[in-house]
Every structure is written in C-alpha cells, then in structure tokens.
Write a protein that binds this ligand. Structure first.
Ligand code: FAD
Ligand code: SF4
Length: 508
C-alpha cells in the first residue's frame, strides 16, 4: 500500500531498518519548516547544519533508490507546518498509510500523535533505532526515588553493553575516573585543529536569509565547521580518536580563551541528528584503548564514554520520565530577565565574555563553559529559567529540547529541585580561575569579594545561598556552606555588594 514515511530533521540515521531495502510503495518525506525554524530563535550555524544535512540525506536516499519528497524552505507548495504539509501530500498522492519514527521531543511527539488521531488513513510509529536505552528506562530504573543518580544508571549501561569491563568488574578497578578529569589546560600542549570540510554554504545561507528566518550568531559559509553527512561525521570521529581522545579526560573541564574546543569531540551535532550511532562512537573509543593502552589511558577513555553511555542516555531518560512538568519547573522562583550581554558577549566579566562570544561565533561551548560560566552566572543571578532555556535552545548547534532542557533547567539551574543533581552547580571565582586562564585578563579582581572591581561571582555566590536558605539549608551536601556563612565577618558587606550588582546586571 502506498505509504508516506516522515523523516524529521534529527532523524538522519542511514542505518535505520527503513532503508535496509528498497520499498516501492514507500515515499520518504522530509521538510524544512518555519514551524521548526521559528519555535525559538536559532543560531545561524544550527539552521544551516540541519538544512544542509537534511538535503544531503535526501540525496543519499535517492541515490540508494528510495523515493523522496523534499519540501525546501523556499518552495511555494511548502505550507511550513507539519500537519498541513502531511494532509496536503496524502491528498495529492493518495497515500493509504502514514509512518513516522518516534520523535525525541515531547512537543513533536504530541503534535504527530494528534495528527495521526485526525488522519483517516492507517498510521504507525517506528523506533528511532538510535538510543541505547528505552524512553522509560530511567523512569523504571529509579522508580520511587526523588533524585535520579546518573552514576548508578551508567554502571548498569556499562554492564549491559560490556563496555570497559574486565569480566564483571569495571576496567581499571573503578567505574569513574572523574578525579582525574580536573586539570587546567597546559599551554605547552598543542591542540590539533579539527578537519575542515570543503563546503560552501553561501547559497543555502542566502536562501535562509531571503526566507526571513531570524537567527543569532555568526557564520563563515565558505568555511563551515559542522559535519553534514555521515562521511564527514566519521572523519570527525576518526580525528577525535587519533588526536584528541588521548588527552580528553585530563582536560575535560579545562577552559581557555584561545581554544574554544580544546580536546572536545564536537560530535554532539552528528550524534543528535543521528548521523552517528552512540554505540559506534563508544566502541571506537573503547577499541582505541584495547589496541593501545599506553596512548589511551583509562581516565581519558572512561571520561569520554561516560558522557555518551552515561549522561546522554540518562538525560534522555529523565526527559521522558518528567515531561511535560519538567519544562515549567522553577524551584527557586527565579524571574530576572537575561542581561543584554547574553546576546552580544559585551560584558566586563572575562569568563562570560569568552563563553558567550565563542557561542555566538561557533554555536558551541563545551560542557564546563555551559555549566560553570554561563549557567553558574544565570543561577547565581536568579535568571528566569524560561529565558535561560530559550537561550541555550537557540544558541547551540546541538540543542534539541530533550538534551538541552535536562541539562539547563535540571543540571545547571537546579530548577527541578534536585532530580538530575543532588546540589546546585555554583561556584565563586575560585573554581573558574582554577580551570581557566580567564581571570588573569579580567577587569574584575578574582580574589575580591567586596569593593571596587570585586568579582561578581564572589558576592553573588554567597547571596544566592543566603536568599535560598529555606530551600537549601537542610541539604546534607550543602550544610557546610551555611556554617561558613554564619562565621563570616564580612557577611553584610558581601550581601550588599551582591545587591548592588543584582540591581543592574547589564552594567557588569
Ligand atoms: P564532548 O565533550 O566531546 O562529549 C562527547 C559527547 O558526550 C557529546 O557530543 C554529547 O553527545 C555527550 N555529552 C556530554 N555531556 C553531556 C551531557 N551533560 N548530556 C548529554 N550528553 C552529553 N548537549 C547537547 O547535545 N545538546 C544541548 O542542547 C546541550 N545543552 C547543554 C546545556 C547546559 C547548560 C549544559 C551544562 C550542557 C549541555 N549539553 C548539551 C551537554 C554538553 O555540554 C554537550 O553535549 C557538549 O558540550 C557537546 O560538545 P562535544 O560534542 O564536543 O562534547
Ligand atoms: Fe570571571 Fe570573576 Fe574571573 Fe573575571 S575575575 S574572569 S568575572 S571569575
């Protein structure tokens, strides 16, 4: 029977069973939609990466002999919205069945299920064949628990997939080498640059601009850095394994003003668009260590695998366990709007300046920049988690709600009140200085808590705890903070300093 099969922009999985053999009755539908470009303001590199990858995926399908309908953004017959396009095509081509792959976003999942309810033809959903755990795996793993501990879930995943295991024990005698992931970057070490994909996206950029899509950030269309097909994604993976993985764990948390990527893989877009399968990435990293344990230390490889086999799967599970409630959680009741410098990087705080500027330039910041610079500031300053989410969801090339919101609202903003983490990730200048070279060139003084040029993180840190005493004081992992606070001689001055900063965040 003539079947319309929908492929969403983040479902570019060539290994999916749909494509294993040619099916004459199946027509694959891919669409560039204003619905998707406009639900939040995205970075221009993100829109380009998705559209270009979708276009190349459609070309690949056709080359493999599959039938494809591709609605590009500028096409007149494109209604720019999922339901209207689907209805229009079913009528036009007289489809008898509608198939779709289960979406990863709650919003799309609900929308497509509603569409299916209304359609008069038969509908069927298929698994994405991408993740290593079911949507509800985390929910059942932690059934009855308030806090979900990533670490426990991660152990079970290591065992399930037999990754870095010596029999039934973790390789190297420990599950987690987190303690060895905390080095400051050593400037004597050369950071190899990522492969360049010879791709000129000027025409596509022109099309996007002409369509009037509002975006943020910068791009050099002649020098596009994100992989847009499986071949490029594999090239990036090979580059990572050969050159970066040997240092990955050690410098995982380091930040440097001259090195936006350091030893990070930049694979998140390729993974989230499903050009790469998580297990192939994990197995390749594990195989490096098996072949050459001297070059690939356990702490380096485990640190990387934990991110994908642990965090990535865990966050997806938290998302499906807690949505839709998760999207509106605001444990601290934070309401302050985002200061303007989030959109242009113009702040005297050097750490924020670099983290934001590189996000605008590259649609990228690595984990610690997202968590301990921008996220840390947002939480200390009491910024509205809705606005914080919108910013993260727009600006990063890898931002798709299931992994953005769990990291942002959960891990970073503690707006979930402690589902993802056991305590808020906040710090004063001390941590930022320990992990980066930002403080040396800063307008503010990293050691000062009060007075002229005192680093804002130092007073905001204590004022955050003071403001939220009723919510945090009884947390056993935080009690020590309140002990220190009660003994502080300068307490009132510090809190006053914070108030002054909070009154006009745009001035910082
Ligand atoms: P690497 O450091 O090389 O790590 C390898 C891979 O591990 C990544 O590609 C990613 O797939 C996975 N990974 C690492 N950390 C996490 C994590 N905490 N959760 C899930 N997967 C992880 N990641 C996204 O993919 N999309 C997002 O929208 C996103 N938003 C974030 C928001 C905040 C506030 C924070 C703190 C983190 C966020 N992350 C997000 C997680 C992480 O920062 C990115 O996955 C990572 O920076 C991507 O760069 P990379 O590929 O070079 O990662
Ligand atoms: Fe950031 Fe404070 Fe360091 Fe400046 S001194 S870079 S504001 S932590």
């Amino acid at each position: 029977e003539k079947t319309l099969r929908l492929i969403l922009g983040d479902q570019l999985n060539r290994q999916h069973s749909w494509f294993k053999k040619k099916q004459d009755a199946a027509v694959y539908l891919m669409m560039e939609l204003r619905q998707e470009t406009d639900y939040v303001q995205h970075h221009i590199q993100k829109v380009l990466a998705f559209f270009q990858s979708m276009r190349l995926f459609a070309q690949w399908l056709e080359k493999e002999g599959h039938k494809v309908i591709y609605l590009s953004i500028e096409q007149k017959e494109n209604r720019q919205e999922l339901e209207q396009n689907i209805r229009y095509l079913i009528k036009r081509e007289d489809f008898k069945q509608f198939n779709y792959i289960l979406p990863d976003e709650y919003r799309l999942d609900r929308q497509i299920r509603n569409i299916c309810k209304q359609l008069e033809i038969e509908t069927k959903s298929f698994d994405a064949e991408h993740f290593l755990s079911d949507r509800l795996a985390v929910k059942s793993f932690f059934s009855g628990k308030k806090t979900f501990l990533m670490e426990l879930f991660y152990h079970s995943m290591r065992e399930k997939y037999d990754i870095l295991m010596d029999g039934n024990k973790p390789a190297g005698g420990k599950w987690n080498f987190d303690q060895e992931n905390r080095n400051k970057f050593d400037e004597k070490i050369m950071v190899p640059s990522a492969p360049v994909f010879n791709r000129d996206l000027s025409d596509l950029l022109h099309t996007i601009r002409k369509a009037g899509i509002k975006t943020i950030g910068e791009v050099d269309p002649k020098n596009f850095q994100w992989p847009c097909c499986r071949e490029e994604a594999l090239e990036l993976l090979a580059h990572f394994c050969d050159n970066l993985l040997p240092h990955f764990g050690r410098y995982q948390d380091a930040m440097h003003s001259q090195h936006p990527f350091l030893f990070h893989s930049k694979l998140s877009f390729a993974l989230n668009s499903k050009m790469l399968h998580p297990l192939e990435v994990i197995r390749k990293a594990a195989a490096c260590r098996e072949k050459n344990p001297d070059k690939y230390g356990i702490a380096q490889v485990e640190g990387f695998i934990r991110q994908i086999l642990g965090w990535r799967e865990f966050m997806r599970g938290v998302y499906w366990a807690k949505m839709p409630d998760f999207a509106t959680m605001n444990f601290f009741g934070h309401k302050r709007p985002l200061p303007a410098f989030f959109w242009d990087g113009k702040t005297k705080m050097n750490c924020l300046h670099h983290a934001i500027k590189q996000s605008l330039d590259h649609a990228y910041a690595h984990h610690i920049q997202r968590l301990m610079v921008t996220g840390n500031f947002a939480l200390l300053a009491g910024l509205d988690p809705d606005e914080v989410d919108q910013w993260y969801l727009g600006i990063y090339v890898d931002a798709i709600e299931w992994v953005e919101i769990t990291n942002t609202r959960g891990m970073s903003q503690f707006a979930d009140g402690g589902i993802v983490g056991t305590k808020p990730y906040v710090s004063s200048a001390n941590y930022i200085d320990k992990m980066s070279n930002y403080c040396g060139d800063c307008h503010y003084a990293k050691t000062k808590k009060t007075g002229d040029k005192a680093c804002p993180f130092n007073s905001l840190y204590w004022s955050f705890y003071e403001r939220n005493r009723d919510k945090l004081e009884n947390n056993p992992r935080i009690g020590f903070v309140y002990n220190t606070l009660s003994k502080m001689k300068q307490k009132d001055e510090i809190l006053e300093q914070a108030e002054r900063y909070l009154k006009d965040l745009d001035e910082l």
